[in-house]
Design a protein around this ligand. Sequence first.
Ligand code: NAD
Length: 557
Amino acid sequence: SELRTKYDPVKYKTPRGNNLHCKGWIQEAALRMLLNNLDPEVAERPDDLIVYGGRGKAARNFEALDRIIASLKVLENDESLLIQSGKPVGILKTHKDAPRVLISNSQLVPNWANWKHFDELERKGLIMYGQMTAGSWIYIGSQGIVQGTYETYAAVANKDFGGSLKGTLNVTAGLGGMGGAQPLAITMNGGVALIAEVEEWRIEKRLETRYLDQKITDIDEAIDVAIKARESGKALSIGVLCNAVHLLERLVERNIIPDTLTDQTSAHDPLIGYWPHEISYEEAKQLRTDDPERYIALAYNSMYRHVQLMLTLQQKGAVTFDYGNNIRARAKEKGLDNAFDFPGFVPAYIRPLFCEGKGPFRWAALSGDPSDIAVTDELIAGMFPENASLQRWLQLAKERIAFQGLPARICWLGQGEREQAGLAFNELVRTGKVKAPIVIGRDHLDTGSVASPNRETEAMMDGSDAIADWPILNALVNTAGGASWVSLHHGGGVGMGYSIHAGMVIVADGTEDAAKRLSRVLRNDPGIGVIRHADAGYELAMETAEKNGLNLESRLE
Ligand code: NAD
């Protein structure tokens, strides 16, 4: 049964500096990144162990958290700790190059893979929702998603607005753990962001971290301010305290057409992540516990209406896309047949990047010292001088991103580049240019690590959208290659029954062994993405495979 306590900021403070609390740097890294995920600067709701994305958790309950911490402290350098949906269940003998932690979160046999069954099991304390990087201990706060969102809006700008969002109105909703990145990503691209959010504390949180410029509580006033900024070509972000449905209704009534339109409410989780528009916030909070079924019914009504309004605005000319929260599927489940008339952001903008093995490469300084990240920033900028959007990102990130928890950085790197970067980081550690090891990981939203037919694998060229062999192979190959911890999750991003995906984290501790592992893992991990897209028939992926020696045919000749 669920043991309820409150998050204790002293007990769970992330260790920094060079002293080990575990028997090796890999275990120490796992410990620090687990605690870092729960740091109040990083996590959305540490008292519930919720890191981001609706109810994405780092550990099942406080008892499990304490036992994971204790296990990591006794874990030997030839053992692996097993985590089953956020609870430690055993320590088994492996070997020095094996992952120190193996994680499986939220897996259900497909016929049972829905929220209803999950909720029953969760109430019994048997399972936990791991989202993507929450349960695999490599969430770094909103920066991770700012970068991905920046890339997406940059791609939108390139495709539809001549390279910049200057003078455009970009409407969306949700200022949560990930959605909170939208205002900054939009203003970094020069645009105006108008974002509906029901919870005032979320708006306040984004103002504090400087991701958001302004809070307005009146819908019409917010629209007016946004329109003025669009006219003057000023980059500005506005959080408007209201339901997304009400904002979109007002835009339609006033016939104001956004240039771009999307949504990042947690529609993937109708009970915990989406606020219905027909009742007040207070009523909804009460109803959620008193009568969850009624709540879900109201949430579905709202999501139906929400998507309907998005379609209306799309018809009037708004560049409209789904941002990976599965809202189209929810509306369709409720009977809106043309819900999928606007595309997902991956087929629309991201797939070409995946074909080159590009994805959200990230790292954190275990020392806790921001100057270590400055050293890595400089190194990366020097390594890839020809990559203009990377250079622009690194510059903007330095100016605009406030670190949350352990200092960290993210940038999208492709096949070959990730291996080069990882080995270079290991050298920084070996030669003492940074103060402690560096931990490297990525989101599960990546080239070869996810099967998610309404998101990352939507509209694959060969129709293989729902085939989940690829993330399984990804987890297996990263385990074989010696990643530091490997995780296999279900339901991340889009909810139960809609996705299977894998995570990996690897530590650069400056040793020769680490260099070998880094070289294998950071080559194979994106490699399987290139192979997956080449197998589906993408020309660019075939070329990338050829260039990087990943082409099976050439080996068999
Ligand atoms: P979160 O649960 O932390 O935040 C969701 C926010 O939406 C909350 O602040 C909530 O108050 C607000 N909200 C809910 N219903 C609303 C409504 N009707 N009107 C206005 N606001 C409403 O979640 P998150 O981490 O920000 O992620 C949001 C969603 O976006 C998730 O479904 C996630 O999977 C998805 N997502 C996808 C990608 C991607 O594919 N690249 C990236 C980020 C997030």
